[in-house]
Design a binder for this molecule. Structure first.
Ligand SMILES: [Zn+2]
Ligand SMILES: [Zn+2]
Length: 250
């Protein structure tokens, strides 16, 4: 294992020397393939969330102020009260290297080792550590056909493999092609459009499971909340959410 890792990192370093890749943010060279589309400096400048951030324990929104560590799980923003998931977390802010990684994933079905490590770290923290099964937010089949892959499934399968959880791409399906109608819609309209968009094909597979729903970006939470509502209605014990990034409003 250690030997394989050593060989891999040697190979990656060698590849970067022979075929230097430009950082998609600053144009500098990416020192190591493990970093993906951004260089080490741009990764350092990108905000990733830690256990010391004060966040809404349910939706993961950053909150100002201070709190004693024992009460961290009592913080709520209240804006997410109506959402059907138990808790949502992101690896970091939708900026810099994380934003570049999300955009790259829309073109290529690949995520970097750096990103896999961040996903693993976030999943291993409470309350996401209770997850028993990984399910990606499904794309409508027409859209998946046009793109060639579902980016949430790429994230989900890499994470599931790294943390040794079952990866389930069959239980949850998308039934309405909602994205097309979204432009210009307010948050309420968007929520109603996605509300009927998901259904569970194999309820037996998700019964009593702590499902971890995975997507690229958490914006309003409407999409993952609709997934959670469908999963909860079919017997899931709880629905946790993990995304690469979320916009942060300071
Ligand atoms: Zn850079
Ligand atoms: Zn919240």
């Amino acid at each position: 294992m250690l030997l394989t890792r050593t060989i891999n990192s040697f190979y990656n370093a060698l590849l970067s020397l022979v075929y230097p890749q430009a950082c998609s943010l600053c144009g500098g060279s990416v020192e190591d393939r493990c970093l993906g589309v951004a260089c080490a400096q741009c990764w350092r400048e990108t905000r990733t969330f830690t256990t010391t951030d004060i966040i809404c324990w349910k939706c993961g929104a950053l909150s100002l102020g201070t709190i004693v560590p024992e009460k961290r799980d009592q913080v709520r923003c209240r804006r997410c009260d109506g959402d059907a998931f138990t808790a949502a977390r992101a690896c970091g802010a939708y900026e810099g290297a994380l934003r570049a990684s999300v955009l790259a994933l829309k073109r290529e079905p690949h995520i970097s080792q750096r990103l896999v490590s961040l996903l693993v770290e976030t999943q291993e923290r409470a309350p996401l550590d209770k997850a028993t099964r990984v399910i990606p937010v499904p794309l409508h089949p027409d859209r998946e056909k046009a793109r060639g892959f579902n980016q949430a499934a790429v994230i989900g399968s890499e994470l599931a493999r790294a943390v040794r959880l079952p990866f389930d791409e069959v239980s949850l399906i998308r039934t309405v092609h909602s994205e097309r109608h979204r432009a210009g819609m307010d948050a309420k309209g968007r929520r109603e459009t996605v509300a009927e968009a998901f259904s569970v094909r194999y309820p037996r597979l998700i019964e009593d499971e702590h499902v971890l729903v995975v997507d690229d970006v958490f914006t309003t939470g409407a999409t993952v909340s609709a997934c959670a509502a469908a999963l909860m209605a079919c017997g899931a014990k709880e629905v946790l959410v993990l995304t690469i990034a979320r916009p942060v409003n300071y």
